[in-house]
Design a protein around this ligand. Sequence first.
Ligand code: NAD
Length: 294
Amino acid sequence: MTKVGIVGLGIMGGPMASNLLKAGFDVIGFDVVPASLERLAGEGGTKAVSAAQAAAESDVVITMLPNHPQVEAVALGEGGVLDSAKPGTLYIDMSSIRPETARRLAEVGAERGVRVLDAPVSGGEKGAIDGVLSIMVGGAAEDFAAAQPIFDVLGRTIVHVGPAGAGQTVKAANQLVVGGTYALVAEAIVLLEASGIDAGVGLDVLAGGLAGSRILELKRKSMVARQFAPGFRIDLHHKDMGIILDASRDAGVALPVGNLVAALIASARAQGYGQLDHSALLRVAENLSGKGDA
Ligand code: NAD
């Protein structure tokens, strides 16, 4: 049986571990939050005392951590994942981080005989729970093929998009579109409500036409009801906007709308909404028009 180590059992990593257990994989997990480890053990998984133990005892190791500093500390540090994994181990970082770190992980992995993929995801908490994530994968084709049985449990749209780091660049493009869509749906709600129209009814029509999107499908009701429990936190989207803007500089391109969306998300954070779902961009849109609580 393939043994899978997972480091980072949060909103995304927790349900991913559950799905791997349900699919019959032997799962050993580590997180700095003890409650997450207890939940894993309650579902039949094994608690590791460190990322190093999870890596050393696994055939496949996954990290699902907030950002590149955590991934670098867990993977590159002394006694970290790449230091502890057996040669031949497949290491898949599924966090959303800068492409530069993904390329570094692949280089260090190659020096140690560990096969490395960057495989960030889209689809949110619900996608993780339902095992229907979109997974964009960077790395060698043969390593992608070896990881397929794991990806099949976690996702539905699974695409090898290029060499090391490419998965992260595609994820950056994904977050650009998601952030921009939220910003515009928020403005649509502000416009509808200020015009005396029931925003829920208005968005029902939009959802069925050319303006339709997964965001309108999944989030319009909770946005109109001002329910902003995460989901995907503004703080994490702020991190992703930084990755997008860095990537645009590296590629030598201008992203004017992306820069504006980055400023709106930074404003959400500055106004104290960092721990709310990114649909709370609605708060920024209504505050700008003097319609909110700020
Ligand atoms: P989260 O904060 O809920 O989970 C991260 C987990 O990592 C936490 O449980 C935390 O305790 C743990 N952790 C942090 N440092 C650690 C360390 N040194 N060792 C072990 N564990 C450590 O975040 P999340 O929402 O699960 O997101 C994880 C990644 O997935 C992020 O990069 C995010 O951008 C990306 N992502 C999230 C979503 C979403 O909807 N939440 C969707 C797609 C992608």
